[in-house]
Design a protein around this ligand. Structure first.
Ligand code: FEO
Length: 409
């Protein structure tokens, strides 16, 4: 049973959070390992002549959601349902909500959202759907609701709502993160520090493929002046931001732009029988001699880190070092997959050093080099050789690291 938070977060206007803490999930989008779980946040605003529901929850938790909703309002009284984005982690409970509502409420969203909802849940759910245009304002019970499209954050249908008089931004996935914070808002600095790495991991895994749109869309919101004046940012996952609302968008911008943490070098490798591992010991020794801070993920016969965690460490790294064995004339399968996801989700302009080891023929190093040169990453050097590293190999490895150091200094 997930924990469900039903909390009044504002008196004027009367605003509630309905947060479902999903601690049963293992793989978000059936892909990303999240032992830390995730929350689905919906909001309900009661106005004099209207009741507005902002997003919902995953189908699996419909029963819990309906119970929480009914504890705040009779669903028949809901007059508007704002669909910021149709991904089923937010829209899954829509058919049940509309059923309980008697299909009275008007749905509000983008033209993409209308099309997607119809595909997901059938024609009936979109019978009373109002399609917004970017920047359009709607008066609902004396409040101005401004709808702003933020496409590719992370679907084409995505929009946010700004309640002008109250300076509230309902930001959908943007501003969200993984994990189940022990509180609902940003009032505790310790909670924020623990939470932000889960935000980074969320951004890269879920939005990373479109990360340039993070920067573009936040720029758009800043130019409208609404981020600077926001009183609250209310995302679809994780913490609500009301003490320092700007902070979450600044974090999003930093991740979107790949802003680096000085000295951080991400080191990823596989080692089946210790040959790559020995090379990486030399590499790590040389890195530390230059005062750099390696963050290491290794695939061995004893451990296999989650690729979702590796991805979360790419944006703020100054450089990457990838070590791989040649495996059946290919890149080792674990590194092949990790690299595929890095290039798809965390494709940044950062230098990369490649280290390879092989038994009878070196293939992995060259194949990685080809992939890197075709990406945004910069290829610094490839150091690949057979078996246990010789003193000459060691010198080549150290020289490779020195080239990387010169690149970032
Ligand atoms: Fe949280 Fe993209 O849905």
């Amino acid at each position: 049973m997930p924990k469900v938070w039903t909390e009044k977060i504002l008196d004027d206007p009367e605003l509630y959070l309905i947060r479902i803490d999903d601690d049963g999930i293992k793989y978000f989008e059936a892909t990303w390992d999240i032992p830390e779980g995730i929350t689905y946040n919906a909001y309900l605003m009661k106005l004099e002549d209207a009741v507005v529901l902002f997003d919902m929850t995953k189908k699996e938790y419909t029963e819990e959601f309906m119970e929480a909703l009914k504890s705040i309002v009779n669903p028949k009284e809901i007059t508007h349902i704002i669909i910021h984005h149709t991904e089923p982690d937010h829209s899954g409970a829509l058919p049940a909500v509309l059923e309980a509502n008697g299909y009275r409420a008007q749905l509000i969203g983008t033209s993409f959202a209308k099309r997607f909802l119809e595909g997901f849940y059938g024609e009936k759910v979109v019978e009373n759907f109002y399609t917004i245009k970017d920047g359009e304002e709607m008066n609902i019970s004396g409040k101005t609701f401004r709808f702003i499209t933020v496409p590719w954050l992370h679907w084409p249908d995505t929009m946010i709502t700004y309640v002008v008089e109250d300076k509230l931004i309902f930001s959908c996935d943007a501003g969200g993160g993984y994990s189940i914070p022990p509180v609902i808002d940003d009032s505790d600095e310790k909670v924020i520090e623990e939470y932000l790495p889960h935000v980074t991991k969320y951004i890269v895994t879920v939005i990373g493929h479109y990360h340039k749109y993070i920067v573009q869309n936040i720029k758009k919101l800043k130019e409208l002046g609404i981020v600077q004046e926001a009183r609250m940012i209310l995302p679809g996952h994780g913490l609500i931001w009301r003490k320092n609302p700007m902070r979450i968008f600044e974090h999003y911008e930093a991740v979107g732009a790949g802003k680096v943490k000085k000295g951080k070098v991400l080191v990823i490798y596989d080692s089946m029988y210790g040959f790559v591992e020995r090379r990486m010991e030399i590499v790590l020794d040389e890195l530390r001699k230059h005062g750099l801070n390696p963050v290491v993920y290794k695939f061995t016969d004893k451990e296999a880190p989650a690729v979702s965690d590796i991805l979360g460490d790419v944006p703020d790294s100054e450089a990457l070092i990838i070590g791989a064995s040649t495996y059946e004339a290919e890149i080792h399968p674990r590194i092949r997959y990790a690299l595929y996801e890095i290039l798809d989700k965390a494709n940044y302009e950062k230098p990369v050093l490649i280290v390879g080891a092989f038994g009878w023929a070196g293939v992995a190093g060259k194949k990685i080099e080809t992939m890197i040169t075709r990406s945004k990453f910069d290829h610094v050097d490839t150091v690949e050789s057979r078996g246990w590293p010789t003193p000459e190999d060691e010198e080549r490895l150290r020289e490779g690291v020195r080239k990387l150091v010169r690149w970032i200094s």
